[in-house]
Design a protein around this ligand. Structure first.
Ligand SMILES: [Zn+2]
Length: 70
């Protein structure tokens, strides 16, 4: 399974928003339909098996949270 502790910490991200991101990603990983706060499109979880950069992204790119599952 994916390990939520292995997030890559983003530069210039405050501890609070980092925690917000973790909470958000936990919901997406749990299969919840979460919408981007900025554009309102449904967030997509990319896992390493998809052979793309893993993370959580919205359709327009304003939500762009990279994960490090390695
Ligand atoms: Zn968006």
């Amino acid at each position: 399974m994916l390990d939520i502790k292995q997030f890559e910490q983003l530069k210039n991200t405050s501890a609070k928003s980092f925690n917000d991101q973790k909470a958000l990603i936990k919901k997406v990983m749990a299969g919840r339909q979460i919408k981007c706060e900025t554009c309102g499109t449904t967030l997509r979880l990319i896992v390493p098996e998809d052979k793309s950069t893993p993370g959580v992204f919205c359709a327009k790119g304003c939500t762009n949270i990279h994960l490090d599952f390695s």
